[in-house]
Unconditional design. Structure first.
Length: 398
């Protein structure tokens, strides 16, 4: 019988912080006004929406007016890519992204390619990092947008966003002298918000995507940061909300929860990061000591403090997930948006991970509610599961 459930899949989603839920509850009951209404009911919720906008702006050092609420990271990514292309199609038709992006970027690029947009997918090295040289060499006169995720959702690898921003700023300075259009810079920061320090001005990004449910906030709410002056068309039409850029009645309760979640993680991030990094290293060292033929996908140092991706050679990750689930431990084999597929992770393929290793990859993504006891129990439970699966594997050398 399972005595305790252990959740180690926080990159897929996080539980709502009770303090966040407490802030949301009044807006699910007595504070129900439409934030666009002029009467007191509407003005009460409008004030709450604007307060949350300020909370989100604060955590990324942005202007409050540059924050636009969406339904989540996927909508933000869709809007920024499609909206930028639509607004700048007379200037160019080329986008640069990476081969390890989330499906919410890669699938949008597939869609845009069918509309005649040229897409360049940058390769990575063996730990999942792109190079500035590859990016610089990929830029054309027709390039209108570069989109590089801040940190990878499967491996946690943190890309050199600041260096990319500085390079693009210099390139745009030279392009302006030649009367060439600006190249906009977007980063999917869904996994990074609240886990790493973000300053949009230091990073020199024009746009970023965020989601509430990755930082102990509610699902169904996100935000797009779009710097003033960025040429982008609305993604949804039909109303004046979000400065006429994103139509639709605001999800007030969700927005309030997202704002409060940002407030909390902004205050607790550094302490939480130190805790999670220690737990991550403890988990890695404990498994490495007890299990042979395991391989780290990525790098312990240049990755998110909570994310650990390990390959267990000779077995499939799905088997590990199912057996761990029977023990009350929740993990994943990669992105929650692709977990229904039995195909090898596109991220690990891009990193040229050995196919036999890639099939046995597991993502452990820790959260602030995890304890040392959770890690100790996982280290105890997992080795016999791996051994059992290997004994059943036709490719395992006994």
């Amino acid at each position: 019988m399972i005595q305790k459930k252990i959740y180690l899949d926080n990159n897929a989603t996080t539980p709502i912080d009770k303090r966040v839920l407490e802030k949301m509850m009044p807006f699910l009951s007595e504070k129900f006004g439409n934030a666009s209404s002029l009467h007191s009911f509407g003005q009460e919720t409008r004030e709450a929406v604007e307060h949350a906008r300020g909370q989100i702006a604060k955590i990324i050092s942005a202007d409050k007016q540059d924050i636009y609420f969406t339904s989540g990271g996927t909508e933000s990514n869709n809007w920024i890519l499609k909206g930028t292309v639509s607004a700048n199609k007379t200037k160019g038709n080329h986008i640069i992204t990476t081969s390890i992006e989330h499906p919410a970027i890669l699938d949008v690029c597939k869609f845009l390619s069918k509309q005649g947009i040229q897409i360049t997918y940058l390769p990575t090295n063996e730990v999942g990092l792109i190079t500035l040289t590859d990016l610089k060499n990929a830029i054309k006169d027709e390039t209108i947008l570069v989109s590089v995720m801040t940190a990878n959702n499967e491996t946690g690898i943190i890309e050199p966003i600041k260096e990319i921003g500085e390079m693009l700023a210099n390139i745009n300075f030279e392009r302006e002298k030649q009367n060439l259009h600006r190249i906009y810079f977007h980063s999917d920061a869904v996994q990074t918000l609240g886990r790493e320090y973000i300053n949009v001005n230091e990073l020199k990004v024009d746009a970023m995507s965020f989601s509430g449910h990755k930082i102990y906030g509610p699902k169904g709410v996100g935000a797009a940061y779009i710097r003033k002056g960025t040429r982008i068309f609305p993604f949804l039409n039909g109303g004046h909300q979000e400065s006429f850029r994103r139509a639709g009645t605001e999800n007030v309760a969700g927005i309030v929860g997202f704002g409060e979640a940002c407030e909390i993680v902004g205050q607790e991030m550094y302490v939480t990061n130190e805790k999670l990094k220690k737990l991550k290293i403890k988990l890695y060292n404990g498994l490495k000591e007890k299990i042979k033929d395991i391989y780290l996908n990525g790098d312990l140092e240049i990755s998110l403090s909570n994310t650990l991706n390990i390959s267990f050679k000779y077995i499939e990750g799905e088997g590990i997930i199912l057996f761990l689930n029977k023990e009350g431990i929740a993990v994943s084999s990669g992105s929650a948006c692709t977990s229904g597929s039995l195909d090898v992770s596109h991220v690990l393929k891009a990193m040229n991970t050995d196919i036999i290793c890639a099939q046995g990859s597991i993502r452990f993504s820790l959260g602030k509610f995890n304890t040392e006891e959770d890690i100790n129990h996982t280290i105890q439970v997992l080795p016999p599961i791996v051994q059992r699966l290997r004994q059943m594997s036709p490719i395992y050398k006994k």
